[in-house]
Design a protein. Sequence first.
Length: 202
Amino acid sequence: MEMVNRLAIILTPRRRFVEWINTVSGVPKQLHYDDRSSERAVYLVVGPDEADLQEIIEQNWSDLFAAELAKWSEDEGEWPVNRTAHIFRDWFEIDVVDWVNDLDDHEPFTVAELSRTRCAACDALLDDDQIVVIARADEGIERWDRTRLDRWEAERDGRTDAEDATDEAGAVPRLVLRCCSEACAERMETAIRHANEGGEDE
């Protein structure tokens, strides 16, 4: 177990947010107020040793509000127009926990870290011989080796000097799937083709 250098902000929807959710187009079913606890969210932020709730809200309410709204609609036209810290407090119950521990500190902490260490198909641990399946934006499929993927990620993240840059940053994958074996890579390629064909049928 390892203590995490973060504060946990816990948001629980209030009635106003539940009412807004039920006005959003495309929401599959109405959310009942009594079920609001199922939509709680936890956000981790760096903060002072002694957490001051008001200060934390003032520093983070805008990003938190946008993140919660985007979970239900990416169309900002459906979002409330006058978003303020006061309205944010009116829409959410806010709790801050300043003692956060990671009970599984030997496991990847983020989903991105997990995807770099586990096979996308079978969840086996990856090694340097991993096969990288790339789904391109034009619905094409490629295979990259670990070296090419590392180079692309470095250029994407700006970790490459200008004189060392290639054209990898321009090749923007829609999806990156790391696989432990040929069989798993083929399985992921089949799944991508199936998803692409489904999109064309719609």
